[in-house]
Design a protein around this ligand. Structure first.
Ligand SMILES: Nc1ncnc2c1ncn2[C@@H]1O[C@H](COP(=O)(O)OP(=O)(O)OP(=O)(O)O)[C@@H](O)[C@H]1O
Length: 234
C-alpha cells in the first residue's frame, strides 16, 4: 500500500532524510521509532506533501505520489494527525469531526459523526464542548477521531501520546487498535512511547539521522537490545 524507497527529504538546504526505506501493507500497523530530530515527522510530512521537498520513490496503492497535492492524497485514503493536532478551538467536538467531510470524495465518503463518537467513547459526553475547552489528551483523541472520520485506508499518527496522562494513553491505544482493526485501516505511527507503540503496532522501523537502521517485528526488536541502546537510549 505505502512504498517509500530511497527517499531524500530537504528543508531548504538541510538534507534530513537520506535514502529512507519503509513499507506498510494494507491493514498493517507499523511503528516508526527514533530519537528527537531523527526524521520521523519529516517522513510523515513527506508522505503527505506537507512541508519538505522530496526525491525518491513514494507510492501509495501503486500510484506515484510525486506532484499529487495534499488534499488529493487525503482523498486517496491518507490521513495525517500532526504533532500539533490542529483542532479548531472555536468549533465543538462534533463540528470538528464533521470537518472531515471536506477531505471526502465520492469513492471515499466521510464517516458519520455518530459512528465516530461510538468508536471513541471518551468523546461522547464532550460532543457539544468547544475544542478550546478540552484537555490536551481530549484534544489528541479528537484529532485522531477526526482523522478516522475521513475514512482513511492509512492513518499517519505523529507522536499522539506526547505529554498525555497514562490513563488517556491507554484509552487511546485501545481506541486506535479497535478502529484500525474494525475498518482494516493501516497505521504508520511515530512514537517515543515504546509501550504505546508496542500496544498499537505489529512491525517496527527505527530511524536515525534520516536513515532506517532497524526493521522487524517486536520479537526481533526485543532480541536486539543494542539497537535499543544505541538509537533509542532505552
Ligand atoms: N521546517 C523545518 N525547517 C528546517 N529544518 C527542520 C524543519 N522541521 C524539522 N527540521 C529539522 O529536521 C530534522 C528532523 O526533524 P523531525 O521533526 O523530522 O524529527 P523527529 O524525529 O520527528 O523528532 P521529534 O521526535 O523531536 O519530533 C531536525 O534536525 C529538525 O531540526
Amino acid at each position: 500500500m505505502l512504498e517509500v524507497r530511497e527517499l531524500d527529504a530537504f528543508y531548504g538546504d538541510s538534507h534530513i532524510l537520506l535514502g529512507a526505506q519503509i513499507s506498510v501493507k494494507a491493514g498493517q500497523r507499523v511503528a516508526l521509532l527514533g530519537r528527537n530530530g531523527a526524521g520521523k515527522s519529516t517522513l510523515l510530512k513527506s508522505v503527505m506533501n506537507a512541508g519538505p521537498r522530496v526525491r525518491g520513490i513514494l507510492r501509495f496503492d501503486g500510484k506515484d505520489l510525486h506532484g499529487v497535492p495534499t488534499h488529493q492524497r487525503t482523498r486517496m485514503g491518507l490521513s495525517l494527525v500532526p504533532e500539533d493536532r490542529r483542532i479548531f478551538t472555536h468549533l465543538t467536538v462534533a463540528e470538528n469531526i464533521a470537518m472531515a467531510r471536506y477531505g471526502a470524495s465520492p469513492t471515499r465518503p466521510a464517516v458519520p459523526v455518530a459512528d465516530i463518537i461510538a468508536r471513541f467513547p471518551m468523546l461522547a459526553p464532550l460532543q457539544q464542548r468547544y475544542g478550546g475547552q478540552l484537555s490536551g489528551g481530549q484534544q489528541q483523541l479528537l484529532a485522531v477521531a477526526r482523522a478516522m472520520a475521513a475514512n482513511p485506508s492509512l492513518l499517519l499518527l505523529d507522536e499522539p501520546t506526547e505529554g498525555l496522562a497514562p490513563i488517556i494513553v491507554e484509552e487511546m491505544a485501545r481506541d486506535v487498535v479497535r478502529t484500525c482493526t474494525e475498518g482494516n485501516v493501516a497505521l504508520l505511527l511515530c512514537e517515543q512511547n515504546i509501550w504505546f507503540a508496542r500496544r498499537c503496532t505489529q512491525y517496527v522501523y527505527v530511524i536515525d539521522t534520516g536513515r532506517v537502521v532497524f526493521e522487524g517485528d517486536w520479537e526481533h526488536f526485543d532480541r536486539n537490545p543494542q539497537v535499543q541502546q544505541r538509537y533509542l537510549a532505552l
